[in-house]
Design a protein around this ligand. Structure first.
Ligand code: BES
Ligand code: ZN
Length: 442
């Protein structure tokens, strides 16, 4: 195995699950690994404390007259359950069928390690980089980066840069270089419906009191209309419509046909907001999705119970210029207005972040397009992403800098799911891409 692959395997072995406090030590240990690695590469590196998981910052010597590039990534990962659906252990990486299998292989360890190793290769070969370089790796992305905005605010001067580079997004299809120039925002909440003060016999009392599970189902159903639009009043008020050039460009994006999406999602049919193509629905339109729901008996067989409570988790994906707090207020007002007498509804607000969009044709955007073309041998596709990386908009607001998103995740890489994987090919191409890009930006 190459040293580069050994290094990737080393980081993949850390179960750095940021949402699970039992793994806080693993997140930290993973961060410490990077500090040592960066120091070994001749960079100045340090682990910085936050209220939760630490941030790793590494840099070369800052020289006048050179562009400053900040490469961002996250070394935390999502939980691994359900474990029984994995074909191999999530934190014991293996290579099979040309892919590296492990939690974090694509999201995001594999992708940012490609940049780290690209920088290492350049330093080894030339002893110098064409740019002033800052690496910023955080351990809280998968929980919404709660401490990073304040951290950036405190260190604005130190982190001043000309452009940010991130590989934490997707390629539309294998072999199709993709430059992301937007991300959807996100706004999460949890809804709880309380009825009787204990679970009741559904025969003895059913029919006489409201059933919280039925109410929760009605509330969830009230979120969309027959046209697949979000039915929350005011939900679309600030939405910036898609531009004509985008709609046109996205008509022929590889990997986004109905057949491609049916295959990759495994769904029997596509569904969504009427009047928009799947690419437009995912990249340019806001949504409201139920991410989880509960209430009543879940075990084997039947138990005739009228549950005391039920609930669900929601997340809205947002587009420019939707404001997360405003959207959550409107969702709350809508749900409260739908709630019948006989239950108490409580809504707890979760994490959120704004959408991001930039100009893919800027000077740096063109450099990124050129680098993608050189490495993959094809003109890149320009897309916005359906997923969210809220800190990218925060970096725009705090550091005043745009981000180039050079996605290396493939549609079937299964991020956040069992059997996450990263192709060896994209790992190697990523290492090359970083070097080509730094040359062009320098
Ligand atoms: N890398 C993803 C985001 C992503 C994936 C963007 C694929 C585009 C294509 C990131 O790690 C992620 O999962 N973000 C979360 C948001 C966060 C606030 C929990 C998301 O999108 O759900
Ligand atoms: Zn993720």
């Amino acid at each position: 195995m190459s040293q580069a692959m050994e290094d990737l395997f080393s980081v993949l072995r850390f179960p750095s699950i940021s949402t699970d406090s039992k793994h806080a030590g693993d997140v930290r240990a993973c961060g410490e690994w990077y500090v040592e690695k960066f120091k070994g590469m001749g960079l100045e590196a340090q682990l910085h404390e936050t209220a939760k998981h630490p941030v790793v910052i590494a840099r070369n010597e800052r020289k006048e007259g050179r562009k400053t590039v900040l490469i961002y990534g996250h070394y935390d990962v999502q939980p691994v359950d359900p474990l029984n659906l994995w074909d191999s252990e999530p934190f014991e990486p293996v290579i099979k069928d040309g892919k590296i299998w492990a939690r974090g292989a694509t999201d995001n360890k594999g992708q940012h390690m490609a940049h780290l190793l690209g920088v290492e290769a350049m330093l080894k070969e030339k002893g110098e980089l064409p740019v002033n370089l800052i690496f910023l790796l955080e351990g809280e992305e998968e929980i919404g980066s709660p401490n990073l905005p304040a951290f950036l605010e405190e260190r604005k001067e130190e982190l001043a840069c000309d452009v940010i580079v991130v590989s934490d997004t997707g390629m539309v299809a294998e072999g199709e270089p993709t430059l992301g120039y937007g991300l959807r925002g996100i706004a999460c909440c949890e809804v709880k419906v309380y009825g009787p003060d204990k679970d009741l016999h559904s025969g003895v009392y059913g029919g006489s009191v409201a059933n919280p599970a039925t109410v929760a189902a009605r509330l969830m159903a009230s979120l969309h209309d027959e046209q697949g639009r979000v039915a929350v009043p005011g939900f679309y008020d600030e939405v910036v419509p898609l531009e004509d050039w985008e709609r046109e460009m996205w008509q022929s994006v590889p990997g986004m046909d109905d057949a491609d999406l049916l295959a990759v999602t495994g769904s029997p049919a596509l569904s969504g907001e009427e009047g928009y193509s799947p690419a437009e629905r995912i990249w340019g339109r806001p949504t409201c999705e139920v991410n989880g729901m509960w209430g009543g008996y879940q075990g084997e067989g039947s138990k005739t119970v009228l549950p005391a409570e039920a609930g669900f988790k929601l997340s809205c994906r947002l587009v420019p210029d939707q404001e997360p707090a405003t959207i959550l207020q409107r969702v709350e007002a809508h749900l409260m207005a739908q709630a019948p007498e006989g239950v108490r509804v409580e809504i707890e607000m979760g994490h959120s972040g704004k959408a991001y969009v930039c100009d893919p044709h800027s000077e740096e955007g063109k450099a990124a397009q050129d680098a993608l073309k050189d490495v993959f041998g094809k003109e890149p596709v320009l897309i916005r992403e359906g997923g969210s990386i809220p800190i990218i908009q925060s970096m725009k607001e705090i550091l005043g800098v745009d981000t180039l998103m050079l996605g290396l995740a493939l549609p079937d890489c299964q991020i956040h799911s069992p059997n996450e994987n990263f192709t060896v090919e994209n790992f190697e191409k990523g290492i090359e891409l970083c070097q080509v890009l730094l040359e062009k930006l320098g």
